[in-house]
Design a protein around this ligand. Structure first.
Ligand code: FES
Length: 181
């Protein structure tokens, strides 16, 4: 199902972890499958000096998380904002069509982390953000923003994971799930 590059990033993901004193953090969840992703960035002189991720999700979600961190490390914030889900999928040599939506998580979490950095630093959130980014940010609301009444199973799970993330739990440790779905 997955090509070798995807499997490489899934089985040996780069930049897994957290940045305790991060300058920006982005969290997104997929309301359909319940997967969740968190990206933390450290910014120096308008460049992404360091980036780490934690993903509770499928093989494609983990591989795209890993790849997006490799793509943007050392890039300027503006260059990072131009990364789209398609950029990430192409860098992985392609994803199965039914897994393309998984790549949205990585790009959206990255863009949210940059937005968070700009917000913390008094910048205008959304200024200079590519249209695809703005659309993605609208489409993928964060875990806490999901309406649990509309979708009690997956949105409730995302909200719960979001709360646990905020409390510092390592979401990569569970809850138990089949990582290669
Ligand atoms: S991100 Fe949920 S199935 Fe891939």
């Amino acid at each position: 199902m997955y090509n070798q590059r995807v499997m490489d990033h899934f089985s040996q993901p780069r930049n897994v972890g957290d940045i305790p004193d991060a300058d920006g953090v982005g969290e997104v969840g997929n309301p359909v499958c319940g997967d969740i992703m968190r990206i933390a960035i450290k910014v120096r002189a308008d460049r992404i000096e360091d980036i780490k991720f934690k993903t509770f999700g499928c093989g494609a979600a983990i591989a795209t998380s890993s790849m997006v961190t490799e793509l943007v490390k050392g890039k300027t914030l503006q260059e990072a904002e131009e990364i789209s889900n398609r950029t990430v999928a192409e860098a992985l040599g392609g994803l199965p069509a039914i897994k393309m939506h998984c790549s949205n998580l990585a790009a959206d979490a990255l863009h949210r982390a940059i937005e968070d950095y700009r917000r913390r630093n008094g910048g205008a959130v959304g200024a200079g953000v590519a249209p695809a980014v703005a659309a993605g940010a609208r489409a993928a609301s964060g875990p806490a923003a999901h309406d649990e009444d509309k979708c009690p199973s997956c949105c409730g799970k995302i909200a719960q994971l979001g709360r646990e993330l905020a409390e510092g739990r390592d979401i990569t440790a569970g809850p138990p799930s089949d990582p290669i779905k």
